[in-house]
Design a protein around this ligand. Structure first.
Ligand code: TLP
Length: 345
């Protein structure tokens, strides 16, 4: 199977498995796991922050950050296709008691600009309205086709949000993809954000785990919330051993995924019935529209599966994601399967 459903499907490398087997471990709830402590130190240093916390999933990292930056009855602002809003089962409402204000991006990038955010802010509202406390950004923006937000744009939003008394949390599940595409450092790309969540288990290849980075005070409070949510995981150095390899060696491997995604997008653009602008594919996520094809997205995805290619369909769109376990030759095979699966309009 050529599995293009997500970069979450990567399997740990032999090197990771060997490191996991040999990992020195202890009880992390007592703060005694040397391997997790090392990973947290490395992540904090990589992002130029005081501290970092390993969390079992990106969703838990985002949930904890939303909890710490808000209070029940307040509001957060996010782009309307954001992961926190659409794919985290209302955790912001359930765990933090906040309403989520979905805002449309107006500049074609899929990302919010300050001009989009400002009119949605409720600062010192009348007593019957919820006050805005938090802006959530996402870089890369998954369902905006893996698009990237520059350091300059991020910095401007952070500066202005802070001057309005708002915190900024960055869902940086794929921040290393963004840094690779922009040829800049993650430190520069995330500098103004109050907290950043990054995933080790997507393009970087670890079997599980994400990191939250921020101030020491923020991370200490996050540690309590991780435990409260059931994420105190004892001898978790086994997973951190793979996480260290993901963090140290994974970023350099992303460029190939981006090349493959571009190649895939170019091939798709040449198939009648498929709508995609390959110029807009900046990282490893390829989203295209099949509204003009004779079959629905779900039907095309089912046909692809018969031919050994897995993708995800939603509405009239299909998403394909390149990753470590996709070889260059898989792109040609996926394109051939696609040509056979989309009857010309
Ligand atoms: N994304 C998954 C699905 O949930 C959609 C995927 O296949 O892309 N933030 C972003 C931007 C994400 O894309 C994801 C996962 C998460 C957070 C959550 O991470 P996990 O799956 O570790 O909870």
């Amino acid at each position: 199977m050529i599995d293009l459903r997500s970069d979450t499907v990567t399997r740990p490398s032999e090197k990771m498995r060997a490191a996991m087997a040999a990992a020195e471990v202890g009880d992390d709830v007592f703060g005694e796991d040397p391997t997790i402590n090392r990973l947290e130190g490395l992540a904090a240093a990589r992002f130029g922050r005081e501290a970092a916390l390993w969390v079992p999933s990106g969703s838990m990292g985002n949930t904890i950050a939303v909890k710490l930056h808000t209070e029940p009855g307040s509001e957060l602002i996010i782009e309307e296709r954001g992961h926190i809003l659409n794919f985290e089962l209302g955790a912001a409402a359930v765990i933090s008691g906040v309403t989520t204000r979905a805002v449309k991006s107006s500049n074609g990038s899929g990302h919010l600009a300050w001009n989009d955010i400002a009119p949605a802010i409720r600062k010192n509202p009348p007593y019957y309205q919820a006050a805005t406390k938090l802006v959530c950004l996402e870089n890369t923006h998954n369902f905006a086709g893996g698009s990237v937000l520059t350091a300059e744009a991020t910095g401007e939003i952070c500066e202005r949000a802070h001057s309005e008394g708002l915190a900024v949390h960055l869902d940086g599940a794929r921040i290393f993809n963004a840094a690779t595409a922009l040829a800049c450092d993650v430190q520069e790309l995330t500098a103004g954000c109050d907290s950043v969540m990054l995933c080790l288990s997507k393009g970087l290849g670890a079997p599980a785990g994400s990191m939250l980075v921020g101030s020491s005070e923020f991370i200490e409070r996050a540690r309590s919330w991780r435990k409260r949510l059931g994420g105190g995981m004892r001898q978790v150095g086994i997973l951190a051993a793979a996480g260290i390899i993901a963090l140290e060696e994974g970023p350099a491997l992303l460029e190939r995924d981006h090349r493959n995604a571009k190649c895939l997008a170019n091939g798709l653009a040449a198939i009648p019935g498929i709508d995609i602008d390959p110029e807009k594919v900046a990282t490893n996520i390829v989203i295209f529209d099949v509204a003009k094809a004779k079959l629905s997205a779900a039907e095309i995805v089912a046909k692809l599966k018969e031919k050994g290619v897995l993708a995800i369909g939603f509405g009239s769109q299909i998403r394909m994601v390149t990753h470590l376990d996709i070889a260059d030759s898989d792109i040609d095979a996926a394109l051939s399967a696609m040509k056979e699966s989309v009857p010309s309009a």
